[in-house]
Design a protein around this ligand. Structure first.
Ligand code: CDP
Length: 218
């Protein structure tokens, strides 16, 4: 049996990107980070000095975009862009646009093995029929510490209490928004990633490997 889609959802700073990268490399899948699309739109908004709450202008901007790049870039990971991304991710027209972009990326891809896609609503909304779903969770204080270190390593200024506050706010927004809130997708494996790599790489590979060999899910 061939694997197509593995989804990895979870809150900010849960380490889902790192797990996704590992899984992609190990199983020769393509990694798609859905957050990049929200971040890229946030970046354009910031560059054009558009107010993130100005829905009308953002809608016009989105209508003018045919395709948006899924390429990663360090510039998209700043705290300012994170905060704008989290505001615009609440808008339904933004989510519809990003979802279409993700589906197009998967459709157009020449990678025969499939994709590992991480985000907030991938297993619950965008790729509901994914073969394997993971939900990654981590205590908020640990996530804030990781994010703080990441920013310092990137050479950005970072004040821990502010990062903690920002992450809590983003969690609240992600979990309580009307459109595609962050939820544990049906049938997802819940992974507590509070220690270095709580689901061991071995366990993860057993899950994926058994599925690939068609012996799993009875
Ligand atoms: O890396 P981190 O987990 O902090 O964020 P991200 O995955 O790059 O996503 C940036 C923002 O986009 C998040 O704060 C979410 O609000 C939003 N997002 C979303 O709503 N749905 C997704 N599938 C991915 C990201």
């Amino acid at each position: 049996m061939k694997i197509n889609i593995i989804t990895i959802d979870g809150p900010a700073g849960s380490g889902k990107g790192k797990i996704a990268k590992y899984v992609a490399k190990k199983w020769k899948l393509k990694h798609l980070d859905s957050g990049i699309f929200y971040r890229r739109i946030a970046y354009i908004i910031s560059k054009k000095k558009i107010n993130p709450i100005d829905k009308i202008t953002i809608k016009i901007l989105i209508n003018d975009i045919d395709q948006i790049s899924s390429q990663k870039n360090k510039i998209l990971r700043s705290e300012k862009i994170s905060n704008i991304a989290s505001i615009i991710a609440e808008y339904k027209f933004v989510r519809d646009f990003v979802n279409t972009q993700q589906k197009l990326t998967v459709k157009k891809s020449k990678n025969k093995n499939g994709f590992v896609i991480d985000g907030r609503d991938i297993g619950s909304v965008v790729f509901k029929n994914a073969n394997i779903k993971l939900y990654i969770d981590v205590d908020v204080n640990i996530r804030a510490k990781r994010r703080h270190k990441q920013l310092i390593d990137m050479g950005e200024k970072s004040i821990y209490p502010k990062i903690l506050k920002d992450i809590k706010l983003r969690d609240k927004k992600d979990k309580s928004r009307k459109n595609s809130p962050l939820v544990i997708p049906r049938g997802a494996y819940i992974v507590d990633n509070s220690s270095k790599f709580s689901i061991t790489q071995n366990q993860l590979n057993i899950i994926i490997g058994k599925y690939i060999n068609g012996k799993y899910w009875n």
